[in-house]
Ligand binder design. Structure first.
Ligand SMILES: CC(=O)N[C@H]1[C@@H](OP(=O)(O)OP(=O)(O)OC[C@H]2O[C@@H](n3ccc(=O)[nH]c3=O)[C@H](O)[C@@H]2O)O[C@H](CO)[C@@H](O)[C@@H]1O[C@H](C)C(=O)N[C@@H](C)C(=O)N[C@H](CCC(=O)O)C(=O)O
Ligand SMILES: Nc1ncnc2c1ncn2[C@@H]1O[C@H](COP(=O)(O)OP(=O)(O)OP(=O)(O)O)[C@@H](O)[C@H]1O
Ligand SMILES: N[C@H](CCC[C@H](N)C(=O)O)C(=O)O
Ligand SMILES: [Mg+2]
Length: 487
């Protein structure tokens, strides 16, 4: 039996109306999911306010309500707990309800604009190959010791996080790697978790619709490091100018990694090819099957984390060379007709620039680089012209198309992307709003040895248009189209 006051442990409370010794069944922050004897936590959101649904939750059987403001109408038999901050209370309640599962394993959070999925997924692979039971919470999927679950967010809500961590406890998981998004930190989805370490990848332009200014976005990321406990490690990319800012106020042990600067963990790129990277890490050579100089940072962060969590350096290096690429991250095929098609999740200006520069480093001048790219609807609009500028400047030909238009007009998004194209690059671009048609056109324009980059959607298996999700898989489409054209 779970009692309300037990799950309120360490929640900053303002006042209580009713009895906190009542038995409760479940906890929800969505009134539509509330059933008899559940607790409803009213959270203020971006579209609506959970406080509006308190009456509905009580009608559905809620025995207790956690809120920042008491409702005008108090129902007898229901306990009302007024808290300072509902989102924060929800996170602490979630951890209490599932018996603090983050304390029974080593939890490492990865934050930064790009590279979170890559690092978290490859750490999952590394520790699994080292013989441990491992957990993963990522944009692509959730893993509990080999069992796969669907991911809906990069960082899920605090109840979902703790639910999966509890399942990991039950499965005997020793290490869990999770992505920590800026939305996740800002909405306090990760509060109340006990982290053994935090990793900072890099910081560049993204989500400025939500966070408004770059400084605000940076400070939200920094908050994750501010809150790490002193026994944790804070592993930071010190080549990124925001790396030192991230750990300015952390209590955790600061460990640095870099390619260009003096750091605790240092790497050098010896070779950079389409088949992989040859790196020198802390004076040892290692070959990895990951492509692009940005992946040298990811590999170095993974190596350093392995060592910080106790892997032997030799074993660590051996396992690094066995890692397989992550779905939708520089995932490529070479067709029968010798056309290389690359599918990559680059959906920020910086990621797009990195991927294009990597391809330009690898290709020879007579091969064309044909890029297919768009930008998501209902998301940061200021990145659109930047992406248009970068794609057109760094590709031989660029086809602008739709990403997930969501509620927006696809052609209006494309017009904003086109606005960033410099006049001298105009003639190298065309726009086709139907993404499938855009991919097909890229395939038709490609000659043997050319490279096609399809950016922005990576592993996604849908396209979201006007609230509906249609099946869509960049990799499958380009694979099938090239097969048909080369029949
Ligand atoms: C903008 C945003 O982050 N929104 C998240 C937020 O929803 P919200 O604030 O819009 O909620 P709301 O609709 O205003 O509702 C307020 C409250 O009323 C409750 N409610 C609402 C209706 C009702 O009938 N009854 C009821 O109780 C809701 O459950 C909610 O608690 O809280 C929800 C619950 O945790 C999230 O599912 C939701 O994510 C939406 C779906 C989303 O698209 N989020 C994206 C932007 C996101 O979080 N992305 C990051 C990755 C970003 C990156 O690439 O780095 C991620 O971590 O996934
Ligand atoms: N260390 C890095 N530095 C810069 N760009 C990177 C790095 N790692 C990956 N990228 C680029 O960013 C894209 C997204 O990578 P990844 O999915 O690992 O990032 P993410 O941080 O998880 O993104 P999201 O915020 O959408 O979850 C990749 O497809 C690649 O183009
Ligand atoms: N986690 C990112 C994913 C963007 C992926 C891109 N395909 C899009 O739909 O904009 C976001 O929610 O902003
Ligand atoms: Mg991710």
């Amino acid at each position: 039996m779970i009692v309300l006051k037990d799950i309120l442990y360490k929640v900053p409370i303002d006042s209580v109306v009713g009895n906190t010794s009542v038995a409760i069944t479940n906890v929800h922050f969505d009134s539509r999911q509330v059933a008899l004897n559940d607790v409803f936590v009213a959270v203020r959101g971006t579209q609506s306010d959970g406080h509006r649904y308190i009456i509905k939750a009580v009608e559905q059987g809620a025995i207790a309500v956690i809120c920042e403001e008491l409702p005008a109408q108090i129902i007898h038999g229901v306990t009302y707990v007024k808290v300072i901050d509902s989102a924060s209370a929800l996170a602490v309640i979630a951890a209490n309800y599932y018996e603090n599962p983050s304390r029974n394993l080593k939890l490492v959070g990865v934050t930064g604009t790009n590279g979170k999925t890559t690092i978290a997924s490859l750490l999952y692979q590394l520790f699994e190959k080292a013989g441990y039971k491992v957990g993963l919470l990522s944009t692509v999927k959730i893993m509990v010791a080999g069992e796969e679950f669907k991911a809906t967010h990069t960082t899920p809500d605090s109840l979902t996080i703790n639910k999966y961590l509890a399942a990991m406890n039950a499965a005997g998981v020793e290490y869990c790697f999770m992505e920590v998004s800026s939305h996740g930190i800002h909405q306090k989805r990760t509060e109340g978790l006990h982290f053994a370490g935090g990793i900072f990848t890099n910081l560049s332009h993204d989500h400025l619709d939500y966070h408004k200014t770059f400084a605000e976005y940076r400070d939200v990321k920094k908050k994750f490091f501010d809150e790490l406990p002193k026994e944790a490690f804070a592993l930071v990319n010190i080549d990124d100018k925001n790396g030192s800012i991230m750990v300015q106020n952390t209590k955790a042990k600061i460990v640095t990694y870099a390619l260009k600067t003096v750091a605790d963990f240092k790497a050098q790129i010896l070779e950079n090819q389409l088949s992989g990277l040859l790196l020198k890490i802390n004076s040892q050579e290692v070959w990895v099957r990951l492509i692009g100089s940005f992946n040298a940072y990811n590999v170095l962060a993974i190596y350093a984390t392995g060592e910080l969590l106790g892997l032997e350096p030799i074993e660590n290096l051996q396992l690094l060379s066995q890692l397989e690429s992550v779905s939708g991250r520089f995932q490529y095929l070479i067709s029968k007709g010798n056309i290389t098609a690359i599918v990559d999740y680059a959906h920020t200006p910086d990621a797009l620039k990195n991927v294009l520069e990597t391809i330009n480093d690898i290709r020879t001048k007579n091969e064309q680089l044909i890029t297919v790219v768009g930008a998501g609807g209902d998301r940061d609009t200021s990145k659109r012209p930047k992406m248009g500028h970068i794609a057109s400047a760094l590709s031989t030909k660029t086809i602008f198309t739709s990403d997930n238009p969501r509620s927006e007009d696809p052609n209006a998004i494309i017009a904003e992307i086109e606005a960033g194209v410099e006049p001298l690059h105009y003639k190298k671009t065309l726009s086709i709003s139907d993404r499938k048609q855009a991919i097909k056109t890229a395939c038709q324009l490609a000659n043997p040895h050319d490279i096609i980059l399809i950016a922005g959607k990576g592993h996604e298996t849908y396209q979201e248009i006007k609230g509906e999700r249609f099946d869509f898989d960049d990799y499958k489409i380009v694979e099938e189209t090239l097969k048909q054209l080369e029949k």
